[in-house]
Design a protein around this ligand. Structure first.
Ligand code: NAD
Ligand code: IPM
Ligand code: MN
Length: 363
């Protein structure tokens, strides 16, 4: 009897700047994996961000949203660039990504920061501080100050006034906090909830709900940190952290900080989830300063493919295969320019992608 091939329908949204370059390598890795594991992977491409503004007049065209809604998973690059920074808020490339997250209800953003052993020396922090760190930032992604109303800039009698609103409902907090407890339970059973409860009512509610839900997870050790202290603790002693759960804005900031512990922002992948459906993207942006030069590190995008096989396709074996290949290529001394150090061989974006594919094939 012929074995049924696993089908994976993937939509690729390269976006702007290095988004195009790094998703190109991510797709390459995906194709290699598909041929090695006999998967039936299909890819469809869509426009988003500045590129979509140029072609369609909006940062998230209907066509792109429909494509995503029909797929199993989305591979996303990055959006934005200085040429679009002066556009009206609703036309800005970043707005396309925010609309997509909201429309697909991707409320949970998982950003794992792990230090791979070949990169310990690449971190700006000392070896003894970063060795062995394995942190999962769970960021709420469809609420908070990013989406709260009212918002906007108005001209008043006293001059210009700008307003944003931080708002969370019990339901929004409960769903992200519960997921974070579930994830912590499967890991080292330590959950740190990060807020600003000494100043914000939103955080007061957040903290109360974390404490209530913690009663359902007696095996998980919970602590609370104010966000300013957390930012400091992340560089002082990052190994104290297992899972960090926090709101949209704090999670955005802390995950860039956590990324740097791993050696480069070009290393950090992410998954934005609603159940099994997910959008997978590197944590970094479109890096206009290095776009089009074959200098971008594609590993964050490639590790996002690993997360896709883990969380959407439930194939941890394939996820690990990608992760092992990345680690082996780094162990051989190959580095993109963001990571170079002594005794390394500097390679471009494309060559890094090729080396990772070759390593997977040779396994
Ligand atoms: P950025 O992450 O694009 O770049 C910050 C710095 O890190 C730059 O020096 C850049 O060269 C470097 N860098 C980033 N990714 C890299 C990689 N893969 N390899 C090597 N170096 C890398 O952040 P920014 O400069 O603040 O923002 C640039 C644009 O990207 C803005 O328009 C911003 O809104 C947008 N942005 C988009 C996303 C996203 O699409 N998810 C995320 C962050 C920023
Ligand atoms: C990220 C980015 C986005 C965010 C921007 C581009 C809207 O910084 O994914 O971390 O703030 O969520
Ligand atoms: Mn960010």
């Amino acid at each position: 009897m012929r074995e049924e091939k696993m089908r994976c329908e993937i939509v690729v949204l390269p976006g702007d700047g290095i988004g195009k370059e790094v998703t190109g390598e991510a797709v390459k890795v995906c194709r290699t994996l598909a041929s090695l594991a006999s998967l039936d992977c299909s890819f469809r491409w869509g426009d988003i961000g500045g590129r979509a503004v140029e072609r369609w007049g909006v940062p998230l065209p209907e066509e792109t949203l429909t494509l995503c809604q029909q797929a199993d998973a989305v591979l996303f690059g990055a959006v934005g660039g200085p040429q679009w920074d002066t556009l009206a808020y609703d036309l800005r490339p970043e707005r396309g990504l925010l609309q997509l997250r909201k429309a697909l209800n991707l409320y949970a953003n998982l950003r794992p920061a792990k230090v791979l052993s070949p990169l310990i020396e690449a971190s700006t922090l000392k070896r003894e501080v970063v060795e062995g760190i394995d942190i999962l930032v769970v960021r709420e992604l469809t609420g908070g100050i990013y989406f709260g109303a009212p918002r906007g800039i108005e001209i008043t009698e006293d001059g210009e006034k700008a307003v944003n609103t931080m708002v969370y409902t019990r339901q929004e907090i409960e769903q992200i906090v519960r997921l974070a407890f579930e994830l912590a339970r499967q890991r080292r059973k330590k959950l740190t909830s990060v807020d600003k409860a000494n100043v914000l009512e939103v955080s007061e509610l957040w903290r109360k709900i974390v404490n209530q839900i913690s009663a359902e997870y007696p095996e998980v050790e919970v602590s609370h940190l104010y966000v300013d202290n957390c930012a400091m603790q992340l560089v002082r002693d990052p190994r104290q952290f297992d899972v960090i759960v926090t709101g949209n804005l704090f999670g955005d900031i802390l995950s860039d900080e956590a990324a740097m512990l791993t050696g480069s922002i070009g290393m950090l992948p992410s998954a934005s989830l609603r159940g099994r459906f997910g959008l997978y993207e590197p944590v970094h942006g479109s890096a206009p300063d290095i776009a089009g030069q074959d200098r971008a590190n594609p590993i964050a995008a490639i590790l996002s493919v690993a997360m896709m096989f883990h969380y959407t396709f439930h194939r941890p074996d394939l996820a690990h295969r990608v992760e092992r290949a990345v680690e082996k290529v780094l162990a051989k001394g190959y580095r993109t320019p963001d990571l170079q150090g002594p005794y390394t061989t500097v390679v471009g974006t494309k060559q890094m992608g090729d080396l990772i594919c070759q390593e997977m094939e040779q396994e």
